[in-house]
Design a protein around this ligand. Structure first.
Ligand code: GLP
Length: 235
């Protein structure tokens, strides 16, 4: 496990964008697993800037998004599909047909696509990855799940009010995520510090889904200082 602790959110995002860019330079046809949420927004901006400057290209890249709200259409402003189109895909030279979202037979599609080379992950306050909430089995595949109360609360900031947050979601399973050849975790802010220390230093347990990454051979973690606040060791 390689750990970077950066001074702030912007530095964290620069580090993440640099790592993803180097990856694409080495493997222009890479298969990327991508998260949504607030954390990757700056990283995506920096990647689109690099693409505009001609430093990287997504022409041969395939992307598989990590999760999605059930029943929201791709053009619904609250869907993760809409978010990705808006924040990243419309700003880079990627082919639309190479962007995949978790609908039917997702695990098979990922395998057919060659498997995920680099899975980028955010982390929830309750230790979730994707929408794999505490209690999710480590051998889970892409499936429908229900949101935990804490996540409904957290994600309500993207909706008019809490009751509008869809309760049902589709997420890559934990096994799906762990099959990725490389994993890059990004976490920012004090409110993630407890989940981060449990995930990286705590017992590996389904109660903290992100703790499973301790078992992955190729993991890079990028935190800002606040998110690293609770870490006891330098790992
Ligand atoms: C959300 C998403 C996850 C995301 C995580 C962190 O609920 N389903 O894919 O990584 O929670 O989100 P944020 O970056 O907004 O804190």
């Amino acid at each position: 496990m390689k750990l970077y602790i950066e001074k702030d959110y912007n530095a964290l995002s620069e580090r993440a964008a640099d790592i993803i860019s180097s990856f694409l330079k080495e493997k222009p046809e890479a298969v990327l697993g991508l998260p949504t949420g607030s954390t990757p927004i700056r990283t995506y901006e920096l990647l689109s800037e690099k693409c505009k400057r001609g430093e990287i290209s997504f022409k041969k890249v395939k992307t598989f998004n990590l999760d999605e709200y059930s029943k929201l259409s791709p053009v619904d402003k609250h869907s993760y599909h809409y978010f990705m189109d808006n924040v990243l895909f419309s700003k880079i030279d990627i082919k639309k047909e190479n962007n995949f979202f978790p609908y039917e037979k997702y695990d098979e599609k990922i395998e057919k696509g060659g498997g995920i080379d680099l899975q980028v992950l955010g982390i929830g306050r309750d230790g979730h990855i994707g929408f794999n909430e505490p209690g999710s089995e480590f051998d889970s595949k892409t499936r429908e799940t229900f949101l935990a109360e804490e996540t409904i609360e957290d994600n309500s900031r993207f909706f008019n009010n809490k009751k509008d947050v869809p309760r049902k979601t589709i997420t890559m399973g934990i096994e799906t995520i762990m099959k990725a050849k490389n994993i890059l975790v990004i976490a920012s802010g004090e409110n993630k510090s407890e989940a981060v220390s449990k995930a990286l230093e705590g017992k590996i347990s389904t109660e903290v889904p992100a703790s499973i990454i301790q078992r992955h051979k190729n993991v890079i973690i990028i935190l800002d200082k606040e998110a690293a606040n609770n870490l006891k060791t330098g790992l």
